[in-house]
Unconditional design. Sequence first.
Length: 219
Amino acid sequence: MAYREGIYGLMAGQKYQRKIRQTVLYAGQDRMSMPDRLDLGEIQVAYRLVDIREFDADAFLRSGQPGDLALALLAGGGVERLREIIEKASRLEGRDRERVLVQLLWLSGLRRLSGPLTMEMKSMGIAKYVDDHPFLREIRADALAKGRAEGRVEGEAAGRVEGEAKGKVALLYNLLDAKFGPVPKWARTRVEHATSEQVESWAKKVLTAETLEETLGKR
């Protein structure tokens, strides 16, 4: 992105023959982590990074501009005002209504709201308008498919993490039982409330510890 901003800045500077100040508006779901500058020695590129959630959704909702309804969804507090945003979009007319619904359907994926958006549309009777419109119907299907795919990936990742954690705990129990005999209730309670790092540390201690208390700490 830093290289792209450098290219954009040079092109704009060449066209308008004036100083350029660039701002990148970030609309993603995850925490903003990209660089805001590029150092190539004598060539320097710098620009301002702004997360759209720094803006209040209410400002977009009050602007009176149809396109700002879609931006309100991404802004701070927009997720909580999903129904209000859809209601305002539904009251638009003609091309404005269609355009904003397209934008909402596309952008809902950035906040993992494709499913909730569709449910709200159904409850308000807007879903029929979308179903009767081939282009909107196709966009909604794409957004929902993407949302389901992201959900599967997140679910699989969470499942792997949970499975690894359970495996570490089971291994620790086996080690404790083999060295010190049946694991008492107080020790099981401590293990069940331990972090993954603690479980790993205790599993290593078992190898050299002389007692259960020396491994897990005093009861």
